[in-house]
Design a protein around this ligand. Structure first.
Ligand code: FES
Length: 112
């Protein structure tokens, strides 16, 4: 596992949805109601850029066909049977960090 500092200036309480790079991953970084979330930026339905979407009721809404994903878990709404990867975040004095796991680290965590 590795923590990557993301290139974003977050100095206010305002909500946002931003595309950032963390290692080799393109992340959809969301600040909503003061909480920070990191999800995959690519919609699993047809590949839309989720950073162009918006938040409603704790979910990130895809701008193409309006599939929705829970910010905390990445699970798709009922009936979608899909999900987006989520990533841990840390706010340090020098910025925001996102943890990126390797494929095998994610597989091993799925069976814990
Ligand atoms: S591409 Fe996201 S819902 Fe279809």
């Amino acid at each position: 596992m590795a923590w990557f500092k993301v290139d974003i200036l977050d100095d206010s309480k305002a909500s946002y949805i931003q595309k950032v790079k963390a290692g080799s991953q393109t992340i959809c970084l969301v600040k909503e109601n003061g909480n920070l979330y990191a999800l995959s930026s690519k919609c699993p339905h047809a590949g839309a850029d989720l950073t162009q979407g918006w938040c409603e009721q704790g979910k990130l809404i895809c701008p193409y066909h309006r599939y929705s994903y829970y910010l905390q878990t990445g699970k798709g709404s009922t009936g979608q049977n899909d999900y987006v990867n989520t990533y841990k975040t840390k706010v340090r004095t020098d910025g925001i960090y996102v943890e990126v796991l390797s494929f095998w680290e994610r597989v091993s965590q799925a069976f814990k």
